[in-house]
Design a protein around this ligand. Structure first.
Ligand code: FAD
Length: 430
C-alpha cells in the first residue's frame, strides 16, 4: 500500500474535462491477450506510439491504469513550443553543433508532428498559432534579443521577433514584463481533446485500448504484462507512464522527479477583454524558474498555469493558489470569476533532456519531458515506431544523451531536489 495520497485522489475536475468534445470509454483488460506491441499508459507518449505503430502494420494493445489522458496529457497548458527544453547554447556546449542541430530540427519536427496528427485525423482541439516568451527581469532582455539573432544566423530560423518594452502592448495587456520574443511557429491546443482525438484515431485504426487496468508487473521475452484481471503477451513493451510511473519500474523511476503543477480557467471573457490581455491570441509564458504560462481557450477563458509543489498532495484551493500568480500579470482581472482549478504531475530530469532508452532489447521507455511534453511526447511515439520498425538512429540519438539519476534514489531524491527547486523559485521573486 502506498504511503502517499494516490493520483486518483488528486483527480480534480478541470476546464478541459468540462469541455471535452467526445466521450470515449474502453473496457477493462480481462483474460489473455496477444499483440506485437503492448503499451503501458494512454497519454501522448502511449497514444502517439500506438497510432504510429498500428499505421506500420503492428497489432497494438494500450493498457491504462485510469482513463485515457488521465495524466499530464489531459491536464497541461496546451502549449506546443519549438526546440528542446534546453536552449541551443546549452546543447551546442554539451554535444557540439552537429548533435545540437539535429536536436533543433527534431524540436521543429515535433511541433509539425502534432499539427500533422491534428490535420490528418481531423482532431478538433482549438489549434491556434504563435507563442510569446516574456522577460520578467530587465537583464534578460539582452539575452533574448541575442538569442533571436543567434537562431537566425546559425540555424536559419526566421520565425522569431524580439519585442522591446515600448512595443509590448502589441502582444500583452500587462505592465509586468520588460521585453519578449514572439515565435510565429509555436502553437497551442486544447490538450485533452487532442489526446482523445489521438485515442479515437488509434482505436479506429485497430489499436485495442483498455482503461481502469493498472499494470502491476511484467517479465520475460516475449513480455508478459499483468494487471489484476488480465494478461498481455507481447513481442515488445513500451513504458509510457512518465510522472505517473510510481513503483512500476524502479530502474527508470530514479531518473525522473515527479512535480505537480497547477492551472486555473476563468469565466469566459468578452472579446474585448480577451484581445486586451492577449492581443494576438498566442500562447504566453515567462522567464521565471517556476514558469507562468497562459493562453485563451476556444471560448475565451484565460487558462493560466502557475505555481507547483513537490509532494503527492495538491493544494486544497487550487483556484486561489494559482490566482495570485495570474493577478501579478493581470491585476485588472481581480474581479474575474475563476471557474476551474486543477493540477497534474509531470516528470523532470536532472538536465531537463528527455530520457529514452531500453531496459532490454524489447522493452522501451520514453519519459522526463520536463514541461515540454506536448510536442516531445507526441514525437517520442513517432521515434519509437521508427525504432521498432528497424530505423534506430533517431531514437538512439536521444537515448544516448547523458542522463543522471537523482541523488538519493526514488524516496530520498525529494529533500535535496525540493530545497533546490525552492531556492530557484525564491530567486525568481527577489
Ligand atoms: C499542469 C501541467 C502543465 C503542463 N503544460 C505543458 C505545456 O503547456 N506544454 C508542454 O509541452 N508540456 C506541458 N506539460 C507536460 C506534458 O503535459 C507532459 O510532458 C506530457 O503530457 C507527458 O505525456 P505522457 O504520455 O508521457 O504522460 P502522461 O500524460 O502523464 O500519461 C501517463 C499515463 O500512464 C498511466 N500509467 C501510469 N502507471 C501505469 C500503470 N502501472 N499501468 C497502466 N497505466 C499507467 C497514467 O495513468 C497516465 O495516464 C504540462 C504538464 C502539467 C502536469
Amino acid at each position: 500500500m502506498s504511503i502517499f495520497q494516490s493520483h486518483a485522489e488528486n483527480n480534480v475536475s478541470s476546464y478541459y474535462q468540462a469541455s471535452t468534445n467526445k466521450t470515449l470509454a474502453f473496457p477493462v483488460l480481462e483474460g489473455e491477450h496477444v499483440a506485437d506491441i503492448c503499451i503501458v499508459g494512454a497519454g501522448y507518449t502511449g497514444l502517439s506510439s500506438a497510432l504510429h505503430l498500428v499505421e506500420k502494420g503492428y497489432s497494438v494493445i494500450v493498457v491504462e491504469a485510469e482513463t485515457v489522458a488521465f495524466g499530464a496529457s489531459g491536464r497541461n497548458g496546451g502549449h506546443v513550443g519549438i526546440g528542446q527544453r534546453q536552449d541551443q547554447y546549452y546543447l551546442e556546449d554539451k554535444f557540439g553543433h552537429e548533435i545540437a542541430s539535429t536536436l533543433w530540427s527534431m524540436g521543429l519536427e515535433a511541433v509539425d508532428t502534432v499539427k500533422g496528427l491534428i490535420e490528418r485525423h481531423r482532431i478538433k482541439c482549438d489549434l491556434k498559432h504563435g507563442g510569446v516568451h516574456f522577460a520578467h527581469k530587465a537583464k534578460y532582455c539582452v539575452d533574448m534579443e541575442e538569442e533571436v539573432a543567434f537562431l537566425h544566423d546559425r540555424y536559419g530560423y526566421d520565425q522569431l521577433e524580439y519585442i522591446p518594452k515600448n512595443r509590448l502592448s502589441e502582444v500583452i495587456g500587462s505592465e509586468a514584463y520588460h521585453g519578449a520574443v514572439l515565435d510565429t511557429a509555436s502553437k497551442h491546443i486544447h490538450p485533452l481533446n487532442f489526446a482523445l482525438g489521438l485515442a479515437e484515431a488509434a482505436a479506429k485504426a485497430g489499436v485495442q485500448i483498455y482503461e481502469n487496468s493498472r499494470v502491476t508487473s511484467y517479465a520475460g521475452s516475449p513480455v508478459v504484462i499483468k494487471t489484476s484481471q488480465g494478461r498481455v503477451t507481447a513481442t515488445e513493451l513500451i513504458l509510457a507512464c512518465n510522472g505517473y510511473i510510481e513503483r512500476l519500474e524502479p530502474k527508470i523511476n530514479g531518473y525522473i522527479m515527479p512535480i505537480n503543477n497547477f492551472v486555473l480557467a476563468t469565466e469566459p471573457l468578452s472579446d474585448e477583454q480577451a484581445r486586451e490581455i492577449i492581443p494576438m491570441d498566442t500562447a504566453m509564458a515567462d522567464s521565471r524558474f517556476v514558469i507562468n504560462y497562459w493562453k485563451l481557450s476556444g471560448d475565451n477563458r484565460l487558462v493560466f498555469g502557475g505555481g507547483e509543489n513537490y509532494r503527492r498532495g495538491f493544494p486544497l484551493d487550487i483556484k486561489r493558489f494559482v490566482q495570485r500568480y495570474m493577478l501579478e500579470v493581470y491585476p485588472q482581472l481581480t474581479n474575474t470569476r475563476i471557474d476551474h482549478g486543477w493540477g497534474g504531475t509531470l516528470a523532470i530530469t536532472l538536465n531537463r533532456l528527455p530520457h529514452f532508452g531500453r531496459l532490454q532489447e524489447n522493452i522501451w521507455y520514453m519519459q522526463g519531458y520536463s514541461g515540454h511534453g506536448v510536442p516531445t511526447a507526441t514525437f517520442a511515439g513517432k521515434l519509437v515506431a521508427e525504432a521498432i520498425s528497424g530505423k534506430l538512429e533517431r531514437f538512439d540519438l536521444i537515448s544516448g544523451l547523458p542522463t543522471t539519476k537523482f541523488p538519493g534514489g526514488t524516496l530520498l531524491r525529494w529533500p535535496g531536489m525540493v530545497a533546490g527547486m525552492l531556492y530557484y523559485a525564491l530567486r525568481d521573486r527577489f
